[in-house]
Design a protein around this ligand. Structure first.
Ligand code: AMP
Ligand code: GLY
Length: 425
């Protein structure tokens, strides 16, 4: 079976690693891929958003299944285009991908199907938004409606901060069209968790839980990033929380989308706040999370290609999916300055030594090969991942591996997984 994977980050490296373990795969391509993925797949230099070139490649090379990593091609309708051409592709349709592509769409549908989430209002006028904020209880949360690479959200603790966020989106247009509308929503207090589920249009099977670390500095300080590390399982997702998430979030969302004529196939990612009032949705994403995937897939025992196919064929209910009991921690090594300005081209050393440690994996995110050397080429550079018998061991193993790697300006959080330790007796 020939598979094409689309994307170039750490999430796609983890997916390539898992897909290449399937005995059914005879050839794996990745567009555009990265140097880490190139060790597992043949990389083709087509951008992840270039849908027509991807479709031509898929037809010419008789690809049996395409797997989409990032959100942009999904929200641009890659699945619809491929399906119209008779191609098999794992991911939601453009209509269903709006759950991530438009926060307003997600909010409307959650309201309609009574899915617990923060109360909200939508604004396209800065003055009206400000007037709303004057009347609000702080903190308030201000979000760009469209895609903003995880950077479109401000949790404002003061009026000054709220004003700055409103003006940035609506007056200065820092998010372009993505910020032409903003959502101002109620702040949800609690601990966050990510629950991703395989979906086949009617049924869903949650993966093991994970927790992301969005802020750039330890103790959740500093601006939000795409994610600075993750671990699995997240003990805040107890059996009872999981049951509530299934019954009050995933089930009504899948039923609702089917009713709306946009049945959801692919991975549905629920970003959750576990509040004293139960789990509530912070956001939906229409794809595997990054870096959650790096923390979740090492626990997957089942052939992922079988799962993809069960989703496409509407046979998820009959698909066995097994997970290991191990804990996994993934520490992101970032370039100094990320999520703001950062430099590229710094030589990376120590990667092979880290990857050689037992139960450690180094997934590459923003890397490039220059003159035969591996150099930094993005904000998030490497995702150092390790398994352990429990979360304590996984943290120890992940940092042991991460500490072997260096490049000029390397920044990593030192507290990935720390929240889980509070649950240990
Ligand atoms: P989002 O892109 O919507 O997931 O938001 C990014 C991050 O902002 C989340 O992971 C939370 O840490 C925070 N956040 C977003 N919405 C809320 C909310 N209503 N209450 C508290 N924190 C929030
Ligand atoms: N880790 C957050 C995301 O994938 O959007």
């Amino acid at each position: 079976m020939k598979i094409l994977l689309i994307g170039s980050g750490g999430r796609e490296h983890a997916l390539a690693w898992k897909i290449s373990q399937s005995p059914r795969v005879t050839k794996l391509y990745c567009a555009p891929g990265n140097p880490g993925i190139a060790e597992l797949a043949e990389c083709v230099s087509i951008g992840a958003d270039n849908i027509s070139a991807l479709k031509d490649f898929t037809l010419q090379n008789k690809i049996d299944l395409t797997v989409v990593g990032p959100e942009t091609p999904l929200t641009l309708g890659i699945v619809d285009e491929f399906e119209q051409a008779g191609l098999r592709i794992f991911g939601p349709s453009q209509a269903a991908a709006q759950l991530e592509g438009s926060k307003m769409f997600a909010k409307k549908i959650m309201k309609k199907y009574k899915i617990p989430t923060a109360a909200y209002e939508v604004f396209d006028d800065a003055q009206k938004a400000l007037e709303h904020v004057y009347m609000s209880r702080f903190p308030v949360v201000i979000k760009a409606d469209g895609l903003a690479a995880g950077k479109g959200v401000t949790v404002a603790i003061s009026l000054v901060e709220a004003k700055r966020a409103i003006n940035a989106a609506l007056k200065d247009k820092v998010f372009g069209e993505s910020g032409a509308k903003i959502i101002i929503e109620e702040f949800l207090a609690g601990e966050e968790a990510s629950l991703l589920a395989f979906c086949d249009g009617k049924d869903f099977v949650p993966m093991v839980s994970a927790q992301d670390h969005k802020a750039v500095y330890d103790e959740d300080k500093g601006p939000n990033t795409g994610g600075m590390g993750a671990y699995s399982p997240a003990p805040v997702v107890t059996e009872s929380v999981l049951r509530q998430v299934r019954e009050t979030i995933f089930q009504p969302m899948l039923d609702g989308l089917a009713k709306e004529g946009a049945p959801y196939k692919g991975v549905l990612y629920a970003g959750l706040m576990i509040t004293s009032d139960g789990p509530k949705v912070v956001e939906f994403n229409c794809r595997f999370g990054d870096p959650e995937t790096q923390a979740v897939l090492p626990r997957l025992q089942t052939d992922i290609v079988d799962i993809f196919e069960a989703c496409l064929d509407g046979k998820l209910a009959a698909q066995n999916i097994e997970w290991s009991e191990a804990a996994v921690v993934c520490v992101v090594l970032a370039a100094d300055g990320y999520p703001g300005q950062y430099t590229k081209g710094q030589e990376i050393s120590g990667l092979a030594a880290a990857a050689a440690l037992p139960d450690a994996y180094v997934f590459q995110a923003g890397t490039a090969k220059r003159d035969g050397k591996l150099v930094t080429d993005g904000g998030r550079v490497l995702d150092v991942t390790a398994l352990g018998a429990d979360i304590k061991m996984a943290i120890k193993n992940a940092y042991k591996a991460a500490d072997l790697i260096s490049f000029s300006g390397l920044h990593k959080r030192k507290d990935i997984g720390k929240k889980a330790l509070a649950y240990l007796k």
